[in-house]
Structures are given as structure tokens and as C-alpha cells.
Design a protein around this ligand. Structure first.
Ligand code: XIL
Length: 495
């Protein structure tokens, strides 16, 4: 902008050329943004991200050297679960002696490739180490809580969601707890685990995860009653995972079941999806995708493996890629459903503003977060977008200044989003500045369908990613509001 400004002063002919170029650029930008409002993503992860959600897979450490396997995982998915490497038998093979190398192999690969991680699973009656299988009563309870604390502490800050407790309900048609040595330590073992996990990693979402809970039935109602009880008593729980290991049919009330849990005030996630090969596989994959997109608190879907040959369900061919790594009809059906679906809700995507909370502001067009460039703490530092990492430089708090306007304060610097130099121009830079209660530091937030538009009280212009850029480091500016995807922000609550 500065070069253009100088040109305007020093070279009359250049001024016109620059203005023409700017206008042409604008028209092109708008045409691109309108023709492609982030609707033609070509991978599952990118398409889900445009809907405020993730699309994940389980990964096995032992397969990571297979280049076809890891290539598909890297290309298509943005959430990773360790298929076995973070379970109790893997992480604590001897009591109080922890082994994280195989879990780290997966977690580090995911993070190095820009993916998030679901932690699976802190406590489960299966895949317990032999020493724990030999314990009971208070010694088992103590060992279990110690396990939760140690593992969640080790991975603190690296986990999007933890399956704190896995498969604790029975298939008895009565919604009872499963009989297990853990259950026999006392009915409160699950809440004790959730409290220990919260203390160890306050920023991870804490989930209860189970199978055969995908429709409304006695077992899912047992889980529902537990979650409702936890919410009413303040036991920390944030999400419920539905494994969704499906046969050739799916419950007609799949979406309604997700919705009733969401209505309790928890997120819901499809955590281990695989669907038996059959005439209906592709349609069922689409139906699961659509159900998640229709529930604003359904934050993502994970499939339980990459290729059919990687599946734990031998012979079922239940995944999205065939054994050669080719996309199956089921894959295309998921991608089409994601691309066609509505984008309301998703991961956070708050529909109202809580002035006590911290939010990451994710741009609808780029999927990147509003970020104080280079961790600056000085007045005048520019604001850009950057790949989301939930750092303090990406966290913002809204303070009401009345009439629907808010100051938006950086957690890193304590400074406010500010229209630089009280500009009223399109393209005016957005910086951070010490709070001065100016109208150029106040923003009207209008949230619709899970996305906020932020309009400056001073200029009446909208906060946007300049030129609908998708690059890290692209500038945030103000621009006349035209409802572009680059002017829409998902408010993802992180604190
Ligand atoms: C399975 C793995 O896929 C297998 O490799 C392993 O032998 C057994 O566990 N529910 C769960 C997952 O929560 O952890 C299970 O994973 C599948 C059923």
C-alpha cells in the first residue's frame, strides 16, 4: 500500500495505472471469491475445514513407512488418532513406567504436518497392561487415576480431544454400566477420571467414547443419562464420541441421537467410522457426513483406518480407499457431501459472544486464524492470518462497549484490534493498539450460521483477509462489507 501511496504523489500517470490495477485486482478477487466460496475443496480435511469441522483417520505406527499409506493420510486428513499406540498397554507397560515412543511417533508426525490429534484412550477395560489386569479395588483405582494424570500431563497442549473413558456401558439392553474391574472400583470411576484429565490438560476437550450408541437405544440412553448428570453436577465433560462401526444399515435416528447429546451442551464427534462394504456403503457414508453437518455441535468425523487392507475388520472392506490406495465410491460420496453441505456450527463456531471467554477467529475462506504477526506486543504491530495453532497471539477476548459493539483484545499483548490511523478507506490496515476506547477499536459483531461479521464503528467497514488470500502472513484490513467468505469469522472458543 505504501508504494502505491507514494506513486500517487510522485507520478500522475502511475496513479491511474495503480488505481486501475487495484480495481481490476479487486474485481478479480471478488469474482474468485464468489465463484469459489470455498466450495470445491479436493480433500476431505480441506473440505471439512471449510465447514468448521475436521476429517480424521486412525494411524498405525507400524504402517507409517508405507509411502502409499502415509501419503494418503497426509493428503486427506487433518485429525489423527493413534489406532493402538496411546492405549494403556502401550503407554504404561509396567506400573508407573511410561513408554511414549510409539505414541510420539504418531503425535509428532501429525503435528509436523499441521494436523491435530485425538487422544485415544486413557481408560478402557480392553488393552489394559497385564499388571493392571491383576489389580482390583483401590489399588486399581489409584493406578487408573495415576495413568490418566501422567499420560494427559505428558501430552498436555497437544491433544484436541481425549477419549478419557472408552466403552464403559454394557450391551444388555438396559443401559447399564459394563461389568469390569474398573467398574468394580466404584461407580464414580468415570467422573474421577474426567476430573483427573481436566486437571492434567485443561485445554483438551474431554470425551466419553462408545460403540452401539449411534442411534437412540438403551445403551446410548444410559450414556445420555450419565452425561446429563455430569453436566448438572459440574463434572468436566466436553464431548461424546460415537464410534460408528457400522454394518450394512444404519439407525434412522442417527442424527437425532447426535442432536440430543448436543442439546445437553457437549460437542459430538464420530470417532471410529467404518461401514461394511455392500450396496449401500457410499450412501451410508454420505448419510453419516450429512448428519454431522446438520448438527452444529458435531465437530468432526474420524474413519478407523486408511485403506480397506488397513482395517481391523478383516473382509469387511469398510474404509474409503481400496487396498491399492484408490479412492472408492464411498470417498467421492463423502467429499461431495462435505462440499455440498451447509457450514453452520462445527468446532466451536459460537452463535453468541461470551465476554469472559477467549476465542480463536477462524476465517471462513482460508481456514486460518487471526494472529498478531510475529508475536509482537507493541502498538501498531500488524495483524495477519496464520495457520491455526491456538497460541496466545491467536486468542481474543470481546469486551462490550455498548450498542452491540465490542473491543477485541489480544491475549498475547493485551492490546485492541484497531483501524490504523483512523482510516476510513477500503484496504485500511488493522493493527493492535493500547485500549483508548476509540470508535476505531470497536466492532459490531453479527453472527449468522456460525460465522461472525465484524464491522468497525469508526468506518462502517468489515474486517477481512486482504484479497481473500489463503497464505500465512496475509494482511488483515478493513473493506466495504459484501458478505464475502474472507469477511466471515468463526468464533472458536478455546478458553
Ligand atoms: C482396535 C484396533 O483397531 C486394533 O488394531 C486392535 O487390535 C484392537 O483395537 N473400539 C475402539 C478401538 O475404541 O480402540 C478399537 O481399535 C476398535 C473398537
Amino acid at each position: 500500500m505504501r508504494t502505491t501511496h507514494e506513486q500517487r504523489h510522485h507520478h500522475g500517470w502511475r496513479r491511474q495505472a495503480a488505481a486501475l490495477a487495484a480495481t481490476t485486482g479487486l474485481v478479480l478477487t471478488m469474482a474468485v471469491a464468489l465463484a469459489n466460496p470455498a466450495q470445491a475443496a479436493s480433500t476431505l480435511g480441506a473440505s471439512a475445514a471449510e465447514k468448521g469441522r475436521y476429517y480424521g483417520t486412525a494411524i498405525a505406527a507400524g504402517r507409517m513407512s508405507d509411502s502409499t499409506y502415509i501419503g494418503i493420510a497426509n493428503r486427506e486428513f487433518n485429525m489423527i488418532t493413534a489406532e493402538n499406540e496411546m492405549k494403556w498397554d502401550a503407554t504404561e507397560p509396567n506400573q508407573n513406567s511410561f513408554s511414549y515412543s510409539r505414541g510420539d511417533q504418531i503425535v509428532n508426525w501429525a503435528r509436523n504436518n499441521g494436523k491435530q490429534v485425538r487422544g485415544h484412550a486413557l481408560l478402557w477395560h480392553a488393552q489394559m497392561p497385564g499388571w493392571a489386569q491383576n489389580l482390583s479395588g483401590s489399588s486399581l483405582r489409584n493406578a487408573a487415576i495415576n495413568h490418566v494424570t501422567k499420560v494427559a500431563t505428558y501430552y498436555r497442549g497437544k491433544i484436541h480431544s481425549w477419549d478419557v473413558v472408552n466403552e464403559a456401558f454394557a450391551d444388555d439392553g438396559r443401559g447399564s454400566r459394563r461389568d469390569s474391574s474398573l467398574q468394580r472400583t466404584g461407580n464414580d470411576w468415570i467422573e474421577a477420571a474426567f476430573r483427573a484429565a481436566r486437571a492434567a490438560d485443561p485445554n483438551a476437550k474431554l470425551c466419553y467414547n462408545d460403540y452401539n450408541t449411534d442411534g437412540i437405544n438403551a445403551k446410548s440412553t444410559g450414556v445420555y443419562n450419565m452425561v446429563r448428570d455430569f453436566k448438572s453436577r459440574g463434572v468436566p465433560i466436553d464431548c461424546v464420541g460415537f464410534q460408528a462401526h457400522l454394518g450394512t444399515g444404519m439407525p434412522g435416528d442417527f442424527q437425532a441421537n447426535l442432536q440430543r447429546f448436543a442439546d445437553l451442551g457437549v460437542d459430538v464427534q464420530i470417532t471410529e467410522l467404518d461401514i461394511q462394504q455392500g450396496g449401500n456403503q457410499a450412501n451410508m457414508y454420505a448419510a453419516v457426513t450429512n448428519a454431522c453437518l446438520a448438527v452444529s455441535r458435531c465437530t468432526g468425523i474420524t474413519v478407523w483406518g486408511v485403506r480397506d487392507s488397513d482395517s481391523w475388520r478383516t473382509g469387511a472392506n469398510p474404509l474409503l480407499f481400496d487396498s491399492s490406495g484408490n479412492k472408492k465410491a464411498a470417498y467421492t460420496s463423502v467429499l461431495n457431501a462435505l462440499n455440498a453441505g451447509n457450514g453452520g456450527g462445527g468446532d466451536g463456531g459460537s452463535s453468541s459472544i461470551d465476554t469472559g471467554a477467549w476465542y480463536v477467529l477462524v476465517n471462513r475462506n482460508s481456514g486460518k486464524a487471526l494472529d498478531v504477526y510475529n508475536l509482537a506486543t507493541n502498538d501498531g504491530a500488524r495483524i495477519t492470518q496464520w495457520t491455526r495453532n491456538n497460541g496466545n497471539q491467536q486468542q481474543w477476548q470481546f469486551t462490550s462497549s455498548g450498542d452491540g459493539y465490542y473491543e477485541i483484545r489480544s491475549r498475547l499483548s493485551g492490546k485492541n484490534l484497531d483501524v490504523s490511523g483512523k482510516s476510513t478507506a477500503d484496504g485500511g490496515a488493522i493493527v493492535q493498539w493500547t485500549d483508548n476506547s476509540g470508535a476505531n477499536q470497536q466492532w459490531r459483531a453479527t453472527i449468522s450460521n456460525g460465522y461472525a461479521t465484524l464491522i468497525s464503528r469508526h468506518s462502517g467497514k468489515a474486517l477481512e483477509v486482504q484479497g481473500a488470500s489463503t497464505a500465512d502472513g496475509a494482511n488483515i484490513v478493513q473493506y466495504s462489507s459484501w458478505n464475502g467468505a474472507n469477511q466471515q469469522w468463526q468464533l472458536v472458543r478455546v478458553g
